[in-house]
Design a binder for this molecule. Sequence first.
Ligand code: PEP
Ligand code: MN
Length: 266
Amino acid sequence: MSRLVELGRGLGVGGGAPVAVAAGPCSVESRAQIMATAASVAASGAVLLRGGAWKPRTSPRDFQGLRAEGLTLLSEAREATGLLVVTEVMDVETAELIAEHADVLQVGARNMQNFSLLRALGRMRKPVLLKRGLSATLREWLAAAEYVLAGGNDRVVLCERGIRTFEPATRNTLDLSAVPVLREMTDLPVFVDPSHGVGIRSCVPAMCLAAVAAGADGLLVEVHPAPDEALSDGAQSLTLDGFGDVMRRLSPVAEAVGRSLAAWKK
Ligand code: PEP
Ligand code: MN
């Protein structure tokens, strides 16, 4: 059994708690985009809103995020919907500012072994969602988590997001075996991000269901009101309706493995 990690407003993940779903765009792009997405994913049953304000992009010419303005918009969306906000922290310099707006601090795959960042987050008192590095072994990933835990921050949640393999048909190879294997190695809760894991919109729903069947404590899913116009990761983002459909199909899968889906009390 994993440990229960409190994310805020009484929402706990792990420890047999209901499966929590975080949904939202890859990047916060505008007020209209984030507000429409937040309202829709909340109505569909998400309990957390995801959205990058600082974006780690492969090319410096790609959209880098709205940064501080993105944080303000995420706070507005939380006010409007009650969803908890999870957003990425890329460096030590911006960690305090981001922690003022976010409920959960996401460490991206590219920063899994940014040890000074992990140490800084260990000194903070916000839960951390630690993504698996692009080619990190489970042991390396758990060692990275130790950096946060060692600082006295015991609220760490792991997030499997696919690893780099020889297979080019998918963006990454979603290692769902990590979920049951980690259960034997650590008591940290485990989320799965099927969006980056497979990278193909039509394949994301099946991997959401499979992740919950495998025992995931939560999901991180990219959702966009107009995916084809998204400034990042449109090809793997679900539409608002597509996300609603996944949520409806997820409930019976959760039940089949003795879980339910987390929900805010109305
Ligand atoms: C993201 O969640 O948008 C992201 C950048 O993910 P990762 O760090 O897993 O690539
Ligand atoms: Mn993304």
